[in-house]
Design a protein around this ligand. Structure first.
Ligand SMILES: Cc1ncc(C[n+]2csc(CCOP(=O)(O)OP(=O)(O)O)c2C)c(N)n1
Ligand code: SF4
Length: 538
């Protein structure tokens, strides 16, 4: 019965009548709080029910809606049960956020009916820190295996503990990588075999096992650290208390709490569930002694008041939230920003790719465009891509300007390509969407290059900028051409942004002229009929 460990609070050693046993197996969600025939005088409270903190049905696979994906006898199910009961008893279900890891417990979000986030391997303490800091009144749990926490995520756990993040970490230590089939973990014991240490772990080659509870106990900030084990009912009850205490510490506003749980993995250990528990008692506990390593009372309120103030993102950036109804209203708080207010956007969204060499101001041009977009109340995104070279390597960026929220910042088929050199023209030109525009920084479009249904305009931007006094302004000439050609943003907004961003007055003067010259170039092309005016983007 795969979910046995989830539905049973404790391993009740009673022989059940056959019909009761059958009923339990076919309806594991069934509750049996009343007398159970055959239970006799068991010293334990007999609870065969599922905590209401779990979903009624698990949606992962329809044929397994009543059971978890864990192997029979797996410790994860027991730990889930202990956490669920504690959350229920503390009455914090509605304000709990469970951060699940990569590992066998990756699917915890199918079971816990709380807020759920599943994060990249080893990053749970970092994500949990961010969640707790932005939602300080929530109970935030980082749930991790030993590969996740003590291998790939060593840095995250140490620094979260050292910062004293007010989160609770449950560290399920089964001494092995379960999910991936039994590779050596940092907690694999000396002499223990794994697929990656088939000779048994040797300190001379693989080092000694990491003792995470002891290691974190060397730090000053944590308030509660305990190691428990799921070896037998007595120890499970101790684990239950530890889980509860760690969560209580968080509820009471104290700092970092950490419970390491020595947990069976019968499948990878090639043992049956009973043998696996015995192995914890015989082998793991001597190697990882059970102990309370830290138990500080919550800090007095005066100390807690040092928390950083909570401010909204808009407040931090000094902007007002953009108006959803009035696209085109100024979104920024400040007198100089009203410029784009009346610009009408004749598009739902515009996708732009800007490409060239590093040093041509490719990324900066993208940043200027999104700053303008923000000031005009648009949703914006900017995604840079560049090589390791500071100069002359290839660089490009993706820019989205939209009246609606942007699903992905990736621009695969731009409406507008700003190609700052021939290489970029040839590389990205054919990606441009039908009906789109290419603005090419060059004297003339190469004779052998064309793209069906795409207008290509050669703008001698470098030459224009050079004549104005600095080739550094080439990107601004292209910006002027872009604004004039597409009318996607107001030139007045561009001037405003330049005035705010360009600190050197002589360069600002050149940029002003460059913007104007780029616009003028397109304007004159239109007058001589070489360029048709766009009729807006889809
Ligand atoms: C970045 C990355 N590296 C490696 C993996 C492969 N991987 C998945 S789970 C896992 C280890 C899981 O072991 P543990 O954290 O001990 O959890 P358990 O499965 O034993 O509960 C690894 C290495 C991955 N998914 N992502
Ligand atoms: S492999 Fe091990 S840790 Fe993973 S579900 Fe099975 S028993 Fe549990």
């Amino acid at each position: 019965m795969a979910n046995e460990s989830v539905i049973s609070l404790v391993d009740i050693k009673v022989k059940l009548e056959p019909e009761v046993q059958n009923q339990l197996e076919s309806h594991p969600e069934t509750s049996f709080p009343a007398e159970i025939p055959g239970a006799g005088d068991s010293p334990y409270e007999q609870i065969h029910s599922k905590s209401p903190l779990f979903y009624d049905l698990y949606e992962r696979k329809s044929e397994q809606k009543n059971q978890t994906h864990y192997c029979p006898g797996c410790g994860h199910g027991v730990v889930h049960k202990l956490i669920a009961e504690a959350l229920q008893d503390l009455d914090v279900q509605d304000k709990t956020i469970f951060v699940s890891p990569v590992g066998c417990s990756v699917f915890a979000y199918y079971y816990f009916d709380v807020g759920n986030v599943q994060v990249a391997h080893g990053r749970a303490p970092a994500s949990a820190s961010a969640i707790k800091r932005s939602c300080p009144d929530k109970i935030v749990i980082s749930y991790q295996g030993d590969g996740d926490l003590a291998a790939i995520g060593t840095a995250e756990i140490v620094h979260a503990a050292n910062r004293g993040e007010k989160i609770t970490v449950f560290f399920v230590n089964n001494g092995i990588y379960g999910m991936t089939g039994g590779q050596m973990a940092p907690t694999t014991m000396v002499g223990e075999k794994s697929t990656t240490s088939p000779w048994g772990r040797r300190p001379s080659n693989e080092g000694f096992p990491l003792h995470m509870a002891e290691l974190l106990a060397t730090l000053e900030a944590p308030v509660y650290i305990e190691r428990v084990a799921l070896s037998d009912n007595k120890n499970i009850m101790k684990a239950r208390r530890a889980v509860r205490k760690a969560l209580e510490r968080q509820r009471d506003g104290a700092g970092f709490s950490f419970v390491e749980i020595l947990s069976p993995c019968p499948t990878i250990w090639s043992k049956d569930p009973v043998e696996a528990r015995q192995w914890i008692a015989d082998k793991m506990i001597p190697a990882f002694p059970l102990n309370v390593f830290r138990d500080h009372q919550p800090a007095p309120l005066a100390v807690q008041e040092n928390d950083p103030p909570q401010r909204s993102v808009a407040e931090v950036l000094g902007i007002k939230p953009a108006s959803r109804n009035g696209i085109g209203e100024s979104a920024r708080d400040g007198a100089a920003d009203i410029v784009g207010a009346n610009h009408s956007h004749r598009f739902k969204d515009v996708k732009i790719k800007i490409a060239g060499f590093g040093g041509q101001g490719v990324l900066l041009l993208g940043q200027l465009l999104i700053e303008m977009g923000m000031r005009e109340g648009l949703e914006v995104s900017w995604l840079p891509s560049y090589g390791p070279e500071m100069r002359s390597g290839s660089a490009h960026c993706h820019v989205c300007l939209s009246k609606e929220r942007i699903g992905s910042p990736l621009v695969s088929h731009p409406d507008v390509l700003v190609a700052m050199n021939e290489f970029s023209l040839r590389k990205f030109g054919r990606e441009v969407a039908s009906g789109g525009v290419i603005l090419y920084n060059g004297e003339a479009v190469p004779a052998d290059f064309s793209v069906p249904d795409v207008q290509i305009v050669a703008v001698p931007a470098a030459e224009i900028a050079d004549k104005l006094g600095s080739t550094k302004a080439t990107n601004i000439v292209m910006m002027g051409a872009l604004l004039e050609e597409t009318e996607c943003l107001a030139p007045r907004t561009a001037l405003n942004v330049l005035e705010d961003k360009v600190k050197k007055l002589d360069l600002l003067e050149i940029d002003r002229k460059a913007l104007h010259a780029g616009r003028l170039f397109i304007d004159e092309q239109a007058h001589i009929g070489a360029v048709s005016q766009p009729d807006g983007f889809a």
